[in-house]
Design a binder for this molecule. Structure first.
Ligand SMILES: Nc1ncnc2c1ncn2[C@@H]1O[C@H](COP(=O)(O)OP(=O)(O)OP(=O)(O)O)[C@@H](O)[C@H]1O
Ligand SMILES: [Mg+2]
Length: 259
């Protein structure tokens, strides 16, 4: 794994309010290239809100978000996607009535280099581009064991299949930073184990930084290099799985949730 000195993602004192609700307060975090980092915390802690700030769904009320050396706070989601951050959603968002293959091709298409001119007239350069995209999409679907279902409608995939397809689509945007919002939600234990192995493999293969929101503690502890813990919009801990597991504030936050 390559770790560069500079952070790929550098969040500096980011806050987000919704009216009177302080969803995030003064959150700072850094991810280096190649790191697989967990983001955990009780329900409503602000995990998804942080993803929404990182991907341009919401603008930070305060603070700075630097991706690959460039401030991206306030950019539109497609702009941040082009800058190298791609995500999946807690509630799966696929094009259900499109085929599995087309869901991935559409993400490659956004990055295709051929001109509008060549696509309008279906020039050879356009057709070659289309073939390349189809090949790349198929290779990606193979990685996620979805190639045999490539011509099915996305909505007809199993829940686990839809979650894997969302990750495949996110990767087709060729991100440097992959944000996964509870990718194993709704999966059975076997599927979950396979997915976590796949996430680790993908991180190595694509030289990615990954930020992973996941509720299953043993799972996060098992796969992540480091973990950030949010509670009520504030970071309460950061460290290795062992450090976080034994942190009294973390234990308190989770006990509080159970009570
Ligand atoms: N668009 C919004 N408008 C108002 N409040 C919001 C909005 N988005 C998030 N919030 C609030 O911000 C807080 C954090 O929510 P968020 O969804 O980020 O939590 P979470 O950690 O992802 O929780 P969960 O584990 O349940 O997914 C909650 O109180 C939520 O109601
Ligand atoms: Mg959430």
């Amino acid at each position: 794994m390559t770790l560069t000195a500079n952070a790929l993602l550098d969040v500096r004192q980011a806050s987000r309010h919704f009216g009177g609700i302080r969803a995030l307060t003064d959150v700072s975090m850094r991810l280096r290239t190649g790191e697989l980092v967990g983001l955990i915390g009780p329900n409503g802690a602000g995990k998804t809100t942080l993803f929404n700030l990182l991907t341009g769904v919401y603008e930070p009320s305060e603070g700075t978000i630097i991706l690959n050396g460039e401030s991206v706070g306030g950019m539109k989601p497609y702009q941040i996607n082009h800058k190298g951050a791609a995500r999946t959603f807690q509630n799966i968002r696929l094009f259900g009535n499109m085929t599995v293959a087309d869901n991935v091709k559409i993400a490659y298409n956004r990055h295709a280099k051929y001109s509008v001119w060549s696509s309008l007239f279906r020039l050879p350069s356009f057709r070659a581009g289309e073939k390349e995209i189809a090949d790349k999409a198929l290779a990606m679907l193979k990685i996620f064991k979805l190639d045999e279902q490539r011509n099915e409608l996305a909505k007809n995939l199993s829940y686990g299949g839809q979650r894997r397809l969302e990750i495949a689509r996110a990767l087709a945007a060729q991100p440097k930073l992959l944000l996964l919002d509870e990718p194993a939600a709704g999966m059975n234990p076997q599927e979950t184990r396979e997915l976590m192995n796949l996430i680790r493999w993908v991180r190595e293969e694509f030289q990615l930084s990954i930020l992973l929101i996941e509720h299953d503690m043993s799972l996060v502890m098992g796969v992540c290099d480091r973990i950030y813990v949010l509670d009520q919009g504030k970071l309460i801990a950061e460290g290795t799985p062992d450090e976080v597991r034994s942190n009294p504030r973390v234990i308190q936050a989770y006990l509080g949730q159970e009570a």
